[in-house]
Write a protein that binds this ligand. Structure first.
Ligand code: SF4
Length: 217
């Protein structure tokens, strides 16, 4: 995408996805941290179902540590990768209690030291729990950014850097949510609905596939 098109693209995205926001249910930074760890390779809907049960019995690090690992595994089993996720949740909860007075740290460097927390999870927590501008790159953001030509990078972390360079800092968090919403609703992994896409005029994929596409009515 051309740099000069970014302001109009942003404006069209806002018109289409003005209500985009975090789809994970949470009331505290700790709950968001746990929900984000559980969301790896799992839908937000499934995570919300699981955490609505989990947070009734364990919504703080101390309460989580009172569960046995087997109890936690049973509760989160339907999220997939449940053994690894349970181990990470227990381990990060212990670190929060022992090193941070049970509070979730507010810096990227500290967050990334927690078990199971990488660049993406740190960005989600910073942005949604603490209001720090950040762009987390999940599978939707990675795919949509590549198709639109917002980034040609090959890794999520480098894509995040490219997006943060392309957009003003105050737009990062909203752009993250808008790209996810666009990926879920229109720009699907298989068969993107280009004919219904509100930003197709900016899209490199759309331009490249023009000749193989039936004419729009
Ligand atoms: S035109 Fe198609 S490929 Fe491009 S962003 Fe829109 S839906 Fe995705």
């Amino acid at each position: 995408m051309k740099t000069e098109d970014i302001p109009d693209f942003l404006s069209d995205m806002k018109a289409a996805y003005w209500d985009a926001s975090c789809a994970l249910d949470f009331e505290t930074p700790y709950q968001l941290l746990v929900a984000t760890v559980l969301s790896a390779q799992c839908t937000d809907e499934r995570v919300n179902k699981v955490t609505s049960a989990l947070f009734k019995i364990a919504s703080t690090p101390e309460q989580m540590l009172r569960l046995s690992i087997g109890e936690l595994e049973d509760i989160i089993r339907s999220c997939g990768l449940y053994k690894t996720k349970a181990a990470h949740v227990m381990s990060l909860s212990r670190t929060l209690v022992e090193d941070y007075g049970s509070r979730v740290p507010e810096t990227r460097a500290e967050l990334k030291k927690l078990p199971g927390v990488g660049e993406k999870t740190a960005s989600v927590v910073l942005s949604n729990a603490f209001g720090v501008p950040a762009i987390a790159v999940d599978t939707h953001v990675f795919r949509v950014s590549g198709r639109l030509g917002l980034s040609h990078e090959k890794t999520p972390d480098k894509t995040a850097q490219a997006l943060m360079k392309a957009f003003p800092e105050e737009e990062w968090s909203l752009m993250h949510h808008m790209l996810i919403k666009h990926g879920r609703e229109i720009c699907h992994a298989r068969n993107p609905e280009c004919s219904a896409c509100p930003v197709r005029k900016y899209c490199e994929y759309y331009e490249k596939t023009e000749e193989s596409r039936p004419a729009l009515t």
